[in-house]
Design a protein around this ligand. Sequence first.
Ligand code: SF4
Ligand code: SF4
Length: 305
Amino acid sequence: MDLTVLYRGPLASCDYACPYCPFAKRRDTTDQLRADRAALERFTGWARSRTGEDRLSLLFTPWGEGLVRSWYRRALVELSHQPHVDRVAIQTNLSCRTDWLAEADPATLALWCTYHPGQTPYDRFLSKVRDLAERGIRHSVGIVGLPENLEHARRLRAALPSHVYLWVNAADGHTYTDAEADTWTALDPLFPYSRHPHRSAGLPCRTGESVISVDGDGTVRRCHFVRAELGNLYDGTYRSALGPRPCPLTTCDCHIGYVHLETLPLYDVFAGGVLERVPAARTPLLPEALLWQRPVPRPGPAGGP
Ligand code: SF4
Ligand code: SF4
């Protein structure tokens, strides 16, 4: 079957110190890192073993930053070469080096990159993003829609290659006036989807049927937000629990959740790039302002653009 899996292991440390994040500058102990590595390697082994059984789309959504750890980079490279893996992606602050990406299959690997002004020099972040484009690595770039981030976002949008989508996440606990929302929508035409939490109670959502969330122990839930367990990945008990079911929560406030709501058109808007948040180049549902989107250029045979 076609299965989308969001994986979040025990890793909870980050090299950045964003003021809006509980994982800022948290450190994992050596034992915690060892456990995270073992859990990820177990998950990677499971994903490899599904060859001939499932077609997989995988998104790593660590609490902290994964790509500064060798085992996440290795897992992404390995999985990108598996014929039954259609996509493997990770959410990252892009603080890591990028040379390891040369070993990955750019047709399968993708990055969801977040720019955190104040945590990294603008020029360093921009040169990393340009490097991704030159390598033909699919990616989106985003920023939290805080007032103090507005000028950073404008500068970044103006500098990014035209085929790179800049998303803006509504800041937690922040209410936007219509004028403020218009300002952000001028940068991200899809900002209206992020502006308010989505009412989801009783609505059909693909999670629990074709999309699951897995933690380091292999516990399977429908999504990161609903705590009820569907079974375990490694003993296969989750499998019989898969099926259509309505959302039990009042609202869904996070892109990695509501993108799967069947009542929203986001599988069409992001066709081919749901996990890494890259919109389709052209769809009838796309606002006019997004028509500048072009497919990411692939490197030529000599590795150049
Ligand atoms: S980069 Fe991400 S995980 Fe790290 S502190 Fe900032 S928001 Fe938190
Ligand atoms: S709508 Fe959101 S909270 Fe509800 S089941 Fe889907 S992903 Fe989970």
